[in-house]
Design a protein around this ligand. Structure first.
Ligand SMILES: Cc1ncc(COP(=O)(O)O)c(C=O)c1O
Length: 411
């Protein structure tokens, strides 16, 4: 065996060993989340697909597992406190885990962090420090605080205890649903997939583990091509939990040696997966949590045999959910958006709305723009968004509108 193979094997064995210990720390402090078979996704995949629902986990994501183990061990030895940098699920995971052991926590977030996230993290008992415009600046500040106050820094993924905590998912799944042939896992910095593959290769020998990252930050796909960790440009994504610029040093070694492949999904795939899970399964997930399902519906992954998808988190913000729903409904022809130019006179808009109402369609939004540059004076450009049972109804409405002198088109 080559030296790097020996090292990767040692790491995986160590994560496996620690994960069995991690179970005892997590029990009673985190939820034993359900594993459910999804008939919709099974029929799309052409094989049995089960979902491990970490969106129902305490704090809304799997990110509480690693910190519960890591901080639990540190607390046994007595520590002054812990510090982390995050504007996402790691913040809440660390805050919750620290509070559950009575340990003080400081979370550094960028100044631009959404107010809802700041509030949620404070509600779990953390002291929140807003610092820096981008994440890297918050990270630097967190490391300084660790130094200044003698606190332990909790890394979001490149830490054996964090990976071992994540690996407890596989112990639970094997008790709940037996062994799987394929496991599909969302990938950010790689801590989740490293924990999962290290345990799964022991409990489910022969299993294929496949990673899914966002096209907006394809760090593992690029690093695997290069054979060394590389840093990529990261853009904004609906799957913000998957946006890390580079793999961890440890996670890269484990993914390289034990993960079968890593694929990417784009924003449309993620949105479609979120919509599908919500509409068919009544499961609310965030973009990162939907990545595994996105890989199946986009055919980036062809699941073989009994397949488990880790649905890693459910902390979606409500504005992104609203967009995902509207785009999904529009794709299915259940929300329509039509535009036309009408005389800017009392009663004209009413005439248009009356026709839509006669088809029993509910209006979602109206944009009435009389200052539009391409509209002649005395006219107004009107865009109407409405709910509709199907596309056919939209065409019938457009026909009726034209007949009444309102030439509207689908926008
Ligand atoms: C919901 C969710 N899924 C997946 C990930 C990716 O985990 P990792 O960075 O360990 O690969 C994250 C990371 O924050 C997350 O919040």
């Amino acid at each position: 065996m080559r030296e790097d193979e020996v090292r990767a094997l040692e790491l995986a064995e160590e994560i496996y060993r620690r994960s069995s210990e991690a179970r005892r720390f997590i029990e009673g402090r985190a939820h034993y989340t359900p594993v459910d078979r999804s008939s919709t996704i099974s029929s799309i995949a052409g094989t049995d697909v089960y979902l491990k629902l970490e969106n129902l986990q305490k704090t809304g994501s799997f990110k509480v597992r690693g910190p519960l183990y890591k901080i639990g061990k540190l607390a046994r030895n007595g520590i002054k406190g812990v510090v982390a940098a995050s504007a996402g699920n790691h913040a809440q995971g660390v805050a919750y885990a620290a509070a559950s052991y009575g340990v003080k926590s400081v979370i550094v977030m960028p100044e631009t962090a959404p107010v809802a996230k700041v509030k949620a993290t404070k509600a779990y008992g953390a002291e929140v420090v807003l610092y820096g415009e981008v994440f890297d600046e918050s990270l630097r500040r967190a490391l300084e605080i660790a130094e200044e106050r003698g606190f332990e820094f909790i890394h979001p993924f490149d830490d054996l205890d964090i990976m071992a905590g994540n690996g407890t998912i596989v112990w639970e799944v094997s008790e709940q649903a037996g062994r799987f042939d394929t496991i599909i896992v969302p990938v950010g910095g790689g801590g989740l997939i490293s924990g999962i593959v290290s345990v799964a290769r022991k409990l489910m020998p022969g299993v294929r583990v496949i990673g899914v990252e966002s096209e907006a930050a394809p760090k593992f796909v690029e690093s695997l091509k290069e054979g060394k960790p590389v840093t990529v440009e990261a853009s904004h994504s609906l799957a913000d939990g998957l946006i890390a610029k580079s793999p961890g040093e440890l996670t890269f070694q484990i993914v390289t040696h034990f993960v079968d492949k890593v694929v990417t999904v784009d924003e449309h795939d993620v949105a479609r997966a979120m919509y599908l899970l919500l509409e068919r399964g009544k499961i609310l997930v965030e973009g990162a949590g939907a990545a595994g399902v996105a890989a199946i519906i986009s055919r980036e992954v062809k699941p073989r045999g009994r397949t488990l998808v880790v649905v890693s988190g459910g902390n979606a913000d409500l504005t992104s959910i609203e967009k995902v729903i509207l785009v999904g409904l529009a794709r299915e022809g259940r929300v329509a958006r039509i535009t036309g130019v009408v005389p800017d006179r009392p009663g004209q808009l009413m005439g248009v709305l009356d026709i839509i109402a006669r088809f029993r369609c509910n209006v979602v939004d109206i944009i009435h723009d009389r200052l539009h540059p391409r509209v002649s004076p005395g006219m107004a450009r009107v865009t109407i968004i409405f709910e509709t049972p199907d596309r056919e109804t939209v065409f019938r409405i457009l026909e009726e509108l034209r007949f009444r002198g309102y030439p509207f088109v689908v926008d």
